[in-house]
Design a protein around this ligand. Structure first.
Ligand SMILES: Cc1cc2nc3c(=O)[nH]c(=O)nc-3n(C[C@H](O)[C@H](O)[C@H](O)COP(=O)(O)OP(=O)(O)OC[C@H]3O[C@@H](n4cnc5c(N)ncnc54)[C@H](O)[C@@H]3O)c2cc1C
Length: 441
């Protein structure tokens, strides 16, 4: 087996997973101790390009073309003094401080790169999470998921294919039934984007399915939508979704999914031409086999320093980790799986690992909840802002939309700096004047 970085004499920091958190960390470390040649920073990701996950529902509906917002890992590495290695981590040897990467094969199954080992002095795992179908019968075969760019594009293509089929059949009154399972932020935002897509598709001539005949049903097991957000946000979003014509079923657990229907625990059967699973999360299964402490959804249990409980040299953060901290008032808080948390943890680790490389102790993570914002496509946004000045303030409409977009701009700012982020904002604004409102292919 190949050993990729055996002769590197610097302190080797290997980060696995270049998502919302991992790519920010690699960039920040690269710009500091990487550039100063105090450490060698290597980012490993199973994909060739980075796409910011909270935008996936826009790709699924076609409001955003993923090709325009993807970032090439190799280029980002070159610009920011870190190394990038394409590969999927499958195993860990804690005693010899090595990770194993699966072979890379081409589209025909031919091996392009064989299994490799990578040595580390400090390992950071930030491999994210996927939806959790809770072993619901029929879900893997009959549902589409929204965990990565390929899956989001599959939803978009399937949606367009339903329209093409309806156009070709010549019927003026075709119906499309879409069921979204899970009314957390992902399910809610997706239902609003799909409602917008129905209007736009008719506008561009795909009118065999009229917007009124796109029946979107949002199904939630909890008594209300957005169950982890304050009730007043949940109520406001509920009303706005109903105004759009989205049917909301709360307190309903889906128990079976078939090709064109689904069944709830209360034995209600629902017609569904397109079922999308957007409920729950779980961390990748291989984490449970590494000999580190994990919880029931495969998340690595970490201390407030973000070090795993059983190995000081291995850190984990973002969605793949479970970190419980003690707040000033003495209560315990488990950090939620959100981009905001991954961003804050990446910033902490960028400082903390510099200290570790210099022979000092790592720092403790403290979480600042800045609130939550839910985008309802171009129609509105709703949420709350938490701050020393604002307190807990509910925001709606254009102001909420502005804060919602700023989360992505903050991510871009960490990756590109202020000037390039400004240029990207200008490019996005100009692009809106030259392309259709929706990706139509
Ligand atoms: C549709 C949608 C909307 C969302 N909206 C919001 C929002 O509005 N606000 C918010 O705060 N959060 C939102 N989230 C949640 C947010 O996306 C996640 O909390 C965040 O992306 C977690 O960041 P991460 O770095 O832990 O993982 P990710 O961003 O998921 O990145 C994980 C990376 O690890 C790589 N990887 C996985 N396994 C391996 C492996 N074995 N080897 C190598 N690489 C691997 C993946 O390719 C990926 O690049 C949303 C999520 C979804 C799906």
């Amino acid at each position: 087996m190949n050993n990729v970085n055996k002769n590197d004499h610097l302190h080797r920091i290997v980060i696995v997973g270049g998502g919302a958190g991992g790519l920010e960390l690699a960039t920040m470390l690269g710009q500091s101790i990487g550039k100063q040649k105090k450490a060698s920073i290597t980012l490993v990701d199973a994909q060739r390009t980075h796409f910011w996950k909270p935008l996936l529902h826009e790709v699924a509906a076609g409001s955003l073309n993923a090709f325009e917002d993807e970032l090439c890992y190799l280029a980002q590495a070159k610009w920011n003094h870190f190394h990038f290695l394409l590969g999927r981590m499958t195993n860990l040897d804690k005693d010899n401080k090595t990770i194993e990467l699966a072979p890379i094969c081409d589209d025909y199954g031919n091996e392009v790169v064989s299994r490799r080992q990578l040595e580390y002095d400090t390992l950071v795992l930030s491999v994210g999470s996927t939806a959790n179908d809770f072993n619901t019968p029929g879900a893997p075969e009959n549902c589409l998921f929204l965990d990565n760019r390929e899956q989001a594009e599959r939803i978009h293509t399937t949606l367009l294919n339903h329209y093409l089929h309806a156009q070709a059949s010549g019927s003026a009154q075709s119906e499309l039934n879409i069921a979204i399972i899970g009314a957390g932020a992902t399910g809610v935002e997706l239902s609003a984007e799909l409602h917008n897509a129905a209007i736009e598709l008719a506008h561009y001539g795909l009118d065999a399915i009229s917007p009124q005949n796109v029946k979107i049903t949002l199904i939630e097991g909890a008594p209300r939508i957005l169950p982890v957000l304050p009730e007043r946000i949940s109520n406001s979003v509920h009303k706005q979704l109903e105004k759009m014509g989205v049917t909301i079923m709360t307190g309903q657990l889906v128990s079976e999914i078939h090709q064109n229907s689904l069944v709830t625990l209360s034995k209600t059967t629902l017609k569904s031409d397109l079922s999308i699973w957007a409920a729950g999360i779980k961390a990748p299964g291989f984490l449970g086999k590494l000999g580190l402490e994990t919880n029931r959804i495969n998340q690595l249990v970490v201390r407030p320093t973000l070090q795993t409980t059983q190995d000081d040299h291995i850190y984990a953060f973002g969605d793949c980790s479970s970190c419980t901290i003690t707040l000033k008032n003495g209560s315990a808080l488990t950090i939620p799986p959100r981009a905001q948390a991954a961003h804050q943890q990446a910033s902490l680790l960028a400082k903390s690992l510099k200290r570790v490389v210099a022979g000092n102790d790592p720092m403790n993570f403290t979480y600042k909840d800045y609130g939550s914002l839910i985008s309802l496509s171009r129609f509105s946004a709703v949420g709350n802002l938490m701050g020393a000045v604002t307190g807990d303030m509910m925001v709606e409409g254009a102001l909420a939309k502005l804060f919602y977009i700023s989360l992505y701009r903050m991510h871009q700012m960490t990756l590109f700096g202020k000037v390039r982020t400004g240029a990207l904002m200008l490019k996005d604004a100009l692009g809106k004047t030259t392309r259709p409102h929706l990706k139509l292919h």
